[in-house]
Design a protein around this ligand. Sequence first.
Ligand SMILES: Cc1ncc(COP(=O)(O)O)c(C=O)c1O
Length: 404
Amino acid sequence: MRLDEQTRPDFPILQRIVNGRPLVYFDSGASSQKPRAVIEAMSQYYERSHANVHRSIHTLGEEATELYELARDAVQRFIGAASREEVIFTRGTTDGLGLIAETIGRTLAKGDEIVVTELEHHSNLIPWQLVARDRGAALKAVPILPDGTVDLAALDRLLTPRTRVVAFAHVSNVLGTILPVTEIVRRARTVNAITVVDGAQAAPHLRLDMSALECDFYVFSAHKMLGPTGIGVMYGRRAVLDSLEPGRGGSEMIKEVWIDHAQWNDLPWRFEPGTPPIAEAVGLTAAIEYLEKLGMDRVAEHERALTRQTLEGLARIPGVTLYGPPTAERGAVVSFTVQGLHPHDVAALLDAEGIAVRAGHHCAMPLMRRLGVVGTSRATFSVFNSPDEVSLFLATVAGLHSAL
Ligand SMILES: Cc1ncc(COP(=O)(O)O)c(C=O)c1O
């Protein structure tokens, strides 16, 4: 059975009729839909076990703590982290990247250098801009090549003994480009830079293995991988986490407090101040178990097939321009423009047919500038999307001019 045939009954929202048509949801790159298992795990938690974690000795407090910590084990397994202490819960990718930037930022000196790439989401750019401004550090960007890949020779030229951080996406949210993580990490290591990977668009689609990627930090959001909003993961390599002071303070991250100083808690709680997203952690466990049951290799293969079908189909439509590597070996992302139509108009016309795509700058304005466009329309796929939906989408795009 095809993956979408197996999964579609699990997603209640796919019953929606939008503008008189069955919903075709091609916007999982912004936020995916949720299977019933995730929705039910969260409501069951609220109905049976809710309490605060790590501080109450009563039964519900212990149940909630156990459920919250089970999520950490699930994430550790899902991303191949060496230990559960390396898994820190955040509010999402943006929050995780901000936390890393603030934490590392404190160790930066005037003249230090931070390297990003030209295709970064603003979430992996603005935190570094803020840190660079505060610390007098320089921010440099690795350019992209015309085929949407990153210019590794330029990266080599940008790396210097003052490079302290190399921060980059695993998968571009606009181009779908899969960046060669291990290759970039290896180069960054030659100057002892800390590597930070934005995995927001990779975690939902690719089998992850932190021990193979060898990066220092890896960040992603649950809501793009069938889980709830409000929770994300910051993986940090143990040796690096041990070497850093916590970036943010409050309850949970301390052992002992005096008026003028404090003793930090052990990992991973040292980086988790305040009441964490507990129900969301329960939902994330359910999402991971759901993906694991499907098998990430099968998920990747299914989404690759949809991406290939979309790329090939759009390439045949006159007036359509495609962006990114000319191959389906990319994330489940296809960005395109239609000659004579603003990307927002394309999205609105598709919405009138029940098809949800995203349009705009995709929080990647420097990349839009490099591509020479105001924005693009973007279709992104998940486990529940079908080849028939792609065919309908292609026929609708082909008919857009006549709809004007
Ligand atoms: C590559 C990338 N990085 C970061 C983000 C930000 O994720 P969040 O809004 O969950 O913090 C996104 C999501 O749009 C993304 O695609």
